[in-house]
Design a protein around this ligand. Structure first.
Ligand SMILES: Cc1cc2nc3c(=O)[nH]c(=O)nc-3n(C[C@H](O)[C@H](O)[C@H](O)COP(=O)(O)O)c2cc1C
Length: 190
């Protein structure tokens, strides 16, 4: 089994990428492979005219990475109370074509961190909504790391033990979803 991690931040020292890597170590402790997708920056802005065949190379790579994973774990920052554009753009590409989208029926979980007080809760909520619209199986996972520059060190250790446990719980919930039998997707909203 394999979990793909996608960070919504392109920043070299991103708190979300750090959090994602820490989550990945917990995934690997359970004997499940984990890989962070590193191609977000190369993905062009969504253009339906370019969405033919396998699409642009960077998009084909994203779709292949999602298709090859049993689950996807997202860690997102919050930009102006919402999902960073690069991440929303990537999800839009991955959501098409609707009937064969690699996100369809895929177990996904969303966690996040921000330097603000609320730990990207709005961005996370919006990302869950968007993923639900793609037909992904959005798990009931919540982890909002606020004041990330103070509460998360460079190795991904969380200062708050309750949050450390919440991260472990998040991984447990996501991996438990993999064990469940596949259920028919409700389908997208469009
Ligand atoms: C354009 C922009 C908008 C932001 N808006 C918010 C926001 O609405 N809420 C928040 O908590 N932090 C906001 N921040 C601060 C981010 O939480 C902070 O930069 C964080 O470190 C980004 O995540 P990263 O470390 O993974 O790159 C914003 C940052 C940028 C660059």
């Amino acid at each position: 089994m394999r979990v793909l991690g996608i960070s919504g931040s392109l920043r070299r020292d991103s708190h979300n990428t750090t959090l994602l890597r820490a989550a990945g170590e917990l995934v690997e402790e359970q004997g499940v492979e984990f890989e962070v997708f590193d191609g977000l920056k190369a993905i062009p802005p969504y253009d339906e005219d370019d969405d033919v065949g396998i699409g642009p190379a960077a998009v084909a790579r994203l779709r292949r990475a999602i298709a090859g994973a049993d689950a996807v774990l997202f860690a997102t920052p919050e930009y102006n109370s919402s999902i960073p554009g690069v991440l929303k753009n990537a999800v839009d590409w991955a959501s098409r074509p609707l009937t064969t989208s690699p996100l369809r029926n895929k177990p996904v979980a969303v966690i996040g961190a921000s330097t603000g007080m609320f730990g990207a809760v709005w961005a996370q909520a919006e990302l869950r909504k968007v993923l639900g619209a793609t037909g992904a199986r959005v798990t009931e996972v919540e982890l909002a790391v606020g004041h990330a520059h103070e509460h998360l060190d460079q190795e991904g250790h969380l200062a708050d033990l309750a949050q450390e446990e919440a991260l472990r719980d998040s991984i447990r919930v996501l991996l438990a979803e993999l064990e469940k039998a596949e259920v028919p997707a409700l389908g997208g909203v469009i």
